[in-house]
Design a protein around this ligand. Sequence first.
Ligand code: FES
Length: 112
Amino acid sequence: MTATESAEGFVRACGLGELEEDTPHRVEVDGVPVSLVRTDGEVFAINDVCSHANVSLSEGEVENCQIECWLHGSTFDLRTGKPSGLPATRPVPVYPVKIVGDDVLVSVTQES
Ligand code: FES
């Protein structure tokens, strides 16, 4: 276990200052592709792969706490990972986030 890894599996994903409001930021956490989104004063972590096809969600746009898949336009709730429109029907995993000082910590071992 490293200094930035906790018992619950939280690892440092990036610095808070690296996240621009409503602009997805792709990171890898323990080998898992994750899209981090800072919006409305909160940071959300959602798996970076659309549940409809192998497309990076971090290349899409964020609005109203939803991230849009650029390929076919399904949107996913950043809080729950649930799709709100076709063609995607399955949710995308979302992960718990902790902010410690300027560090954004994510745990991909626990889906929230
Ligand atoms: S690949 Fe994302 S909605 Fe089709």
